[in-house]
Design a protein around this ligand. Structure first.
Ligand code: G4P
Length: 195
């Protein structure tokens, strides 16, 4: 079991509806030491990749992407969730639908901060159905940038996002993949990722 899986078992809470609450250490209160560990671990896993930028989406992705970018010594860009009236031609845009929140967001990145010279590592806290990731990938494509890898802290392996992104050929690494969880017993089962 890795450091993140241990932390989820210690401090995560399973809510009804297959929602894992990690807001005491990851996406509300943030354990900065843990974020540093996460940054180092993704840096180790993608040590062979020559990246120019880290790309994420607000809000919870930002701190994690910062930790990763710090380790690689590259800038971090976060896509903003925007009201469509603000959008002009200087922006790459994508529509992201949230199944969890049952809403749609237009996400935007300025053309000033992404270009066809960029080799990206995409970072996010959760991967469920993959809508946020698909939005970030389509923004990278619109910029002509390459997606060298994808770093996810917690993947919900029983939802289809991970499978569909891997099927598209992307190199996707998740620190913890939840296979199942149970609200009644507060049990979380992780996919065995040891080779
Ligand atoms: P998807 O992007 O992978 O398709 O996921 P989905 O639409 O289902 O998730 C929407 C939001 O809910 C995302 O945050 C995602 O991180 C979060 N989420 C999904 N499953 C869980 C879960 O089990 N636990 C927690 N804590 N969050 C989950 P978001 O809307 O982008 O919010 P934020 O980053 O602004 O906080």
């Amino acid at each position: 079991m890795n450091f993140l899986e241990e932390r989820i078992l210690k401090d995560g809470l399973v809510k009804e509806g297959n929602v894992l609450k990690v807001d005491t250490f990851l996406n509300h209160q943030m354990d900065v030491e843990l974020l540093d560990e996460i940054g180092k671990e993704f840096h180790r896993r993608f040590a062979d990749v020559n990246i120019t930028k880290v790309l994420t989406i607000e809000a919870s992705g930002i701190a994690i992407a910062y930790a990763v970018a710090r380790c690689f010594g590259v800038p971090m860009v976060f896509a903003k969730k925007a009201k469509s009236i603000n959008i002009d031609g200087d922006m790459y845009t994508a529509e992201v639908e949230s199944f969890t929140h049952k809403n749609k967001n237009q996400v935007i990145v300025s053309k000033k901060v992404l270009s066809s010279d960029d080799r990206l590592l995409i970072v996010d806290d959760f991967l469920a159905n993959g809508c946020a990731l698909q939005g970030l990938i389509s923004i990278a494509e619109a910029a002509g940038a390459s997606v060298e890898g994808i770093c996810i802290v917690i993947e919900k392996g029983f939802q289809y996002g991970g499978r569909s992104i891997r099927n598209l050929g992307y190199r996707l690494e998740s620190l913890a993949i939840v296979e199942s969880m149970d609200h009644e017993t507060q049990t979380v089962v992780f996919r065995d990722q040891s080779e």
